[in-house]
Design a protein around this ligand. Structure first.
Ligand SMILES: *Cc1c(COP(=O)(O)O)cnc(C)c1O
Length: 369
């Protein structure tokens, strides 16, 4: 069996370091924030080429606080894509603002920059591009449009730790960048976690207060805040794992190149990474009109796959009140019907990648394996 992800394999590869780091936190009793979390903030910000890091409890909280720091609130609009994980849109709604969707580019699955300007109104406060699957959105035109209209850019980099656009690490290209450390992400905690990075000291101060009950100092609540603090144990674990992220990312990129090569003549559409992007392959998604059938056949032969994501946010029942209809975002809707994510994690062996590709070819050629 080849699983879609294998968190155990990664843990076993660094078990001694992780166990030592966790025990150290237990001994220190710095269970919430504390010195490990503070060190992680500095190290992760440096990794993103950003000045400040603010550790939080989830990627969703990171997005929520970034939008609040940018001044987004009730009555405002934030431009984003419907082809994303639901958290992107949910975080906008938490602030009281309204998500305004723009379709994706069908090749990269990131926001179609040619459709942003016509979505801007007097209420627009921010643009929230998503670096979906680990491929950076087209940030140069996004920043240019944002500057021209006085908008803040918040990057949803939850799937894109270490990805780069024209040589710049994601998270530090826009005004604020948001990351998730959900266990299955490229850099995953052993529980929940998230991080915000920025070069802006005022945003930093605001977000540091908001994640900890809006306190300027203990029991002095200057803002209506939240309990969005990171656990000390997660900070210590993530510091260990951050030392391996480049190695793991290169392994993902090697697996993707091998899949691309082996599937070139399969008839499937393989992912397209633009030349100026460093794609970090959180997800390796192929495209096929026979998705359900192919997924079943692979499953029957012991190969697990995923679908990211089967229903775009504008067609989710929870967001029906936004008033969108089927057909509003054709590229997002077609991608949602056709994408299929193949097994992808650093610890996959080249033999396993080969087996996945071979099984796919056999199925597509109607040959029983
Ligand atoms: C995972 C994810 C989030 C949310 O992160 P959590 O840590 O699960 O809250 C937000 N946006 C995208 C694109 C994601 O993939």
């Amino acid at each position: 069996m080849i699983p879609f992800v294998d968190l155990k394999a990664q843990y076993l590869s660094i078990k001694d370091e992780i166990d030592t780091a966790v025990l150290k936190v237990l001994e220190s009793t710095q269970f919430v924030l504390g010195s490990e979390v503070k060190a992680l903030e500095q190290e992760f910000a440096a990794y993103c080429n950003a000045e400040f890091g603010i550790a939080v409890n989830t990627g969703t909280s990171a997005l929520h606080l970034a939008l609040l720091a940018a001044g987004v609130g009730s009555g405002d609009e934030v431009i984003t894509v419907p082809f994303t994980f639901v958290a992107t849109a949910a975080a906008i709604c938490y602030t009281g603002a309204t998500p305004v969707f723009v379709d994706i580019d069908p090749v990269t699955y990131t926001i179609d920059v040619n459709k942003i300007e016509s979505a801007i109104t007097e209420r627009t406060k921010a643009i929230l591009p998503v670096h979906l699957y680990g491929q950076p959105a087209d940030m140069e035109p996004i920043m240019e449009i944002a500057r021209r209209h006085g908008l803040t850019v918040v990057e949803d980099a939850a799937q894109a730790h270490g990805a780069a656009y024209k040589g710049k690490r994601v998270g530090s290209i826009g005004d604020i960048g948001c990351f998730s450390f959900y266990p299955g992400k490229n850099l995953g905690a052993y529980g929940e976690g998230g991080m915000i990075v920025t070069n802006n000291p005022e945003y930093t101060h605001t977000m540091q207060m908001l994640r900890d009950w809006g306190q300027e100092k203990r029991y002095h609540h200057v803002l209506k805040g939240y309990n969005y603090r990171m656990d000390g144990i997660q900070g210590a674990i993530l510091r260990v794992k951050l030392r391996y992220i480049e190695e793991w990312t290169e392994a993902r990129r090697t697996h993707a190149a091998q899949y691309n090569y082996l599937l070139a003549k399969s008839g499937l559409n393989t992912p397209v990474a633009l030349a100026h992007n460093r794609h970090v392959y959180h997800v390796y998604a192929v495209r096929t009109t026979q998705r359900e059938w192919l997924q079943q056949q692979l499953n029957a032969q012991g190969i697990q796959t995923g679908i990211h994501y089967p229903i775009p946010v504008h067609l989710q029942p929870a967001y029906a009140d936004l008033g969108y209809q089927p057909g509003d975002f054709p590229h997002s809707e077609l991608a949602a019907r056709e994408v299929l994510s193949l097994p992808m994690y650093a610890e996959l062996s080249s033999a396993q990648v080969n087996q996945v590709a071979q099984t796919l070819q056999n199925i597509l050629q109607g040959v029983a394996a």
